[in-house]
Design a protein around this ligand. Structure first.
Ligand code: NAD
Length: 370
């Protein structure tokens, strides 16, 4: 079991290794004791994850002397709703959970964001532990304390900052993850490498094919390194007031791509992959990255069957989702770019023509606003 510390106040450990381990059990026992927990925990999970992993989760809790109930949600983004949040809080109350009880999130980003938000607000805030089971959640959403539910009109609109007391990321739990979700998670892994760990980037390049077989030893190293990048950024800017923006490398283009395609054609990770390429292309056009840099990353993404372009998407719709339309009334446009491997750079107000050319290149056809 590898341990990465997320050094916020108070710091908490991210364990990368088996759920069923003495290390995880001892860490949880210690945290529950020091935190004065009353021993009751509600495990929140979804109907895809629980059949595979709830038993391991419950034995981890039992081995730490904790009593668990289980609350299951339907899989999918639709469960990150005010309605599910209300049902979960009602279940916490019915289960007799007090201010000294805890929530455990066992699942992907949907479960983590919902369960974490319930923990942030139930009885004005109770502790939670995060047990992410998607690659995206293990390297990104399951750590860092941003928790939220959606409004029908806006994602993540109702939320809080509430750090978990412990994170247990078990690479073996990814064995049951559907292929498309695993590959999408790799986009966030390579993003972490690009913004903070050139050695991880080299490892991903040299083992791009092997990682798809999900060997636990390789995944452990990859996840540990990506978690270290995320934790260091979070520790510098826990409440998202500046530095944390670098985690959005590729996401300005990626989000716009998701919006322009009605959230149907690309998963989030797939859109981020094409967005990373666009950001790197902008970086090299500005002379920040050497020629060949874009091709290097494209080769890895292709190996993972992740899109490096979004051919056929309406470029005008992408630009409009990025705010380049008649409504724009001024202000600052901020892009996360790279000034070298592992060296993120915040570019304010890049030339509009450069952004348009990046979108043209990404969508593969004209797509210019008349
Ligand atoms: N809080 C943050 O900082 C942050 C960061 C990035 C994304 N997010 C949020 O994360 C969410 C996306 O997370 P996600 O990609 O993990 O999606 P998800 O939670 O929907 O999981 C993807 C699918 O995989 C299934 N699944 C999960 N683990 C499994 C396993 N081990 N075996 C089999 N099936 C499994 C789920 O049931 C689901 O169908 C979005 O709502 C996004 O807004 C939050």
């Amino acid at each position: 079991v590898k341990t990465v510390w997320c050094r916020v106040e108070p710091p908490y450990p991210v364990l990368v290794g088996p759920m069923a381990s003495d290390a995880a059990s001892a860490a949880l026992r210690g945290i529950a004791r020091d935190g004065g927990w009353d021993g009751s925990v509600l495990v929140v999970s979804d109907r895809n994850v629980a059949p595979h992993h709830a038993a391991a989760m419950e034995s981890l809790l039992a081995s730490a002397g904790l009593r668990a109930g289980v609350f299951l949600i339907e899989p999918g983004e639709g469960s990150k709703s005010i309605a599910s949040y209300g049902e979960l809080c009602a279940a916490l109350l019915r289960g007799g959970l007090s201010r000294r009880s805890a929530v455990a999130a066992l699942g992907g980003g949907v479960v983590g964001d919902l369960a974490g938000f319930a923990a942030a607000t139930y009885a004005r805030g109770i502790p939670w532990i995060s047990v992410p089971t998607t690659l995206l959640a293990q390297v990104d959403s399951g750590i860092g304390g941003k928790v939220a539910v959606n409004l029908p009109e806006a994602k993540n609109m109702i939320g809080a900052f509430h750090q978990p007391a412990l994170v247990v990321a078990d690479p073996a739990s990814l064995r049951t993850l559907p292929e498309r979700d695993f590959r999408a998670g790799l986009a966030e892994v390579i993003k972490a490498a690009l913004i903070g760990d050139a050695a991880l980037l080299a490892l991903l390049e040299s083992s791009a094919e092997k990682v798809l077989e999900r060997p636990v030893d390789l995944l452990t190293e990859v996840i540990e390194r990506a978690v270290a990048v995320k934790c260091s950024v979070v520790a510098e800017d826990e409440r998202d007031e500046g530095r944390r923006r670098i985690l959005n490398l590729g996401h300005t283009f990626g989000h716009a791509l998701e919006t322009a395609t009605g959230y149907r054609r690309f998963s989030h990770g797939e859109a981020v992959a094409a967005g990373l390429v666009a950001s790197l292309w902008m970086s090299s056009e500005l002379g920040y990255l050497e020629a060949g840099a874009v091709a290097r990353i494209e080769a890895v993404l292709r190996e993972w069957s992740l899109p490096v372009r979004a051919a056929g998407v309406d470029g005008a719709a992408v630009l409009s989702a990025m705010g380049y339309d008649k409504k724009f009334t001024g202000g600052e446009r901020v892009y996360v770019l790279l000034k070298g491997w592992g060296e993120p750079w915040i570019e304010s107000n890049p030339p509009e023509d450069l952004v348009r050319r990046a979108v043209d290149r990404m969508t593969g056809d004209g797509g210019r606003i008349p």
